[in-house]
Design a protein around this ligand. Structure first.
Ligand SMILES: Cc1ncc(COP(=O)(O)O)c(C=O)c1O
Length: 194
């Protein structure tokens, strides 16, 4: 693990302020107006185009747009057959939607601990939390830092669990050369600021 600047390592970021959010310019304005003027405000050509390009950008075979990351999480859980009484292992250090989406589909979020050095879900503690009700593992690539996908894939295979990636923070992140969100059974993204 690289030594953090906080602990005397070299600073990666030299300027103090971070860019504002959302980031947009003339291209976004133009595209938005094109949709507005087209009168086709429902599922149309631009959405389909976006789904294809975003899926390719993230190395996924398919992409489906949703209203936001929370709805995408709920949709992914339902699509993977998670329902009443099933347990889904999630990290305690994340945005609330990772756990609330599990509740929304009537399943039970079970917290496993995070690793001290990455703050990501700890596969060792996840294995301790597996019961005969566990149906899925839902790790979060926190702040764009991928979780140990090799370890989670092995765990999922060994215990016959679904592996859903909460990739809401990790557009463009790669794990061993492959885009996050496209490594497990499915992955979920968000366009909120994190
Ligand atoms: C880790 C994580 N998962 C899911 C979500 C939900 O995304 P959205 O705000 O687009 O519903 C967020 C949003 O902050 C998030 O940080």
């Amino acid at each position: 693990m690289i030594r953090l600047a906080l602990h005397g390592g070299a600073a990666v970021r030299k300027v103090v302020s971070f860019p504002g959010w959302p980031v947009f310019g003339l291209e976004e304005r133009t595209r938005l107006l094109e949709v507005f003027d087209s009168g086709q405000w429902w599922y149309g050509e631009k959405v389909r185009d976006f789904e294809e390009k975003y899926a390719a950008f993230q190395d996924a075979r398919y992409g489906v747009t949703c209203a936001n990351g929370t709805v995408a999480l709920e949709t992914a859980l339902l699509a993977c057959g998670i329902g009443a009484g099933d347990e889904v292992i999630v990290p305690p250090y994340t945005f609330m939607a990772t756990a609330s989406a599990v509740l929304k589909v009537n399943a039970i979020p079970v917290f496993a601990d995070i690793e001290l050095d990455t703050c990501n879900l700890d596969p060792i503690d996840v294995e301790r939390k597996i019961t005969n009700k566990t149906k899925a593992i839902l790790p979060v690539h926190l702040g764009g830092l991928p979780v140990d996908m090799d370890a989670f894939k092995i765990l999922a295979r060994r215990h016959k669990l679904v592996l859903i990636e909460d990739a809401c923070h990790s557009w463009g992140s790669k794990w061993k050369g492959k885009g996050t969100g496209a490594i497990g059974d499915c992955g979920v993204f968000s366009f909120q600021m994190s």
